[in-house]
Design a protein around this ligand. Structure first.
Ligand code: PEP
Length: 251
């Protein structure tokens, strides 16, 4: 069975003091947990601190966004090479907050995904439907189209070195989690869709669930056959909660 992967998305939260306390508790807390991998995606200004505090530990880290170009006249942007300089393993691309608040299209997300992979880092590709789309029975169409853009730009084999996070928009930061069955249904769809292109590695795909995962609901979500772990927002800011979720991912 695949090891569970639990990734925290701090979003735009943290201070030097709070991060230090949180990371210290996390590094202490994950010691001795087995059968699970864990990472945190932090705001850009805290990458150096995170790199220093996680050096020599089993916790990996990454960023929450990147610019698609390698370098150039893009004031205020950050390239994947800069992220690599700080030892990042992961970069979230296509989070629904960026798709909605920053108007990122699936085409742009695919370009970001490509630039992350070309630099040897692992993209965490977020996909998911809004409540309106779910109610209109469009979940599979929407998620299918989001995946198709990446396949068009990067090819289906690219998922061998990527993580997919299914994050229904209606479940993010709302306290309204998808039921394990609802999440499983979409995860199975994603796996089948990718396996349809290449049967061999469909089963090895890493598909995380994200959307109001907490210490009480993590275990039942992680028990579903096509859920390989979680992308955790709010609960990743509270050490005890995040550690409880990590524990739920141990085998
Ligand atoms: C997220 O931001 O990726 C997320 C899943 O948030 P939350 O866990 O707070 O719903």
């Amino acid at each position: 069975m695949q090891r569970k992967l639990i990734i925290g998305n701090w979003k735009m939260n943290g201070t030097l003091a709070k991060n230090e306390a949180l990371l210290k508790k996390l590094t202490d807390g994950v010691t001795g947990m087995s059968g699970m991998d864990c990472a945190v995606c932090v705001p850009f200004p805290y990458l150096a601190q995170t790199q220093a505090l996680l050096r020599g530990t089993s916790i990996k880290y990454g960023a929450q966004n990147v610019h698609q170009a390698e370098k150039g006249a893009y004031t205020g942007e950050v390239s994947v090479h800069m992220l690599r300089d700080f030892g990042c393993n992961y970069v979230i691309v296509g989070h629904s907050e960026r798709r909605t608040l920053s108007g990122e299209s699936s085409g742009l997300v695919a370009e970001k995904y490509a630039s992350v992979q070309k630099a040897g880092l692992t993209p965490i590709l977020c996909v998911g439907e809004t409540l309106e789309q779910r109610e209109a029975n469009m979940t599979e169409t929407v998620v299918g189209e989001q995946l198709a853009e990446v396949i068009k730009v990067r090819g289906v084999q690219s998922f061998r070195t990527a993580v997919i996070a299914y994050e229904p928009v209606w479940a993010i930061g709302t306290g309204r989690t998808a039921s394990p069955e609802q999440a499983q249904e979409v995860h199975a769809f994603i796996r089948k869709k990718i396996a349809g292109f290449d049967e061999d590695f469909g089963h090895a795909l890493c598909i995380l669930y994200g959307g109001s995962v907490n210490a009480s609901n993590a275990a039942e979500l992680f028990a579903m056959p096509d859920i390989n772990g979680g992308l955790i927002g709010g609960a990743s800011l509270v050490a005890e909660d995040f550690l409880a979720i990590c524990r739920a991912g141990t085998s």
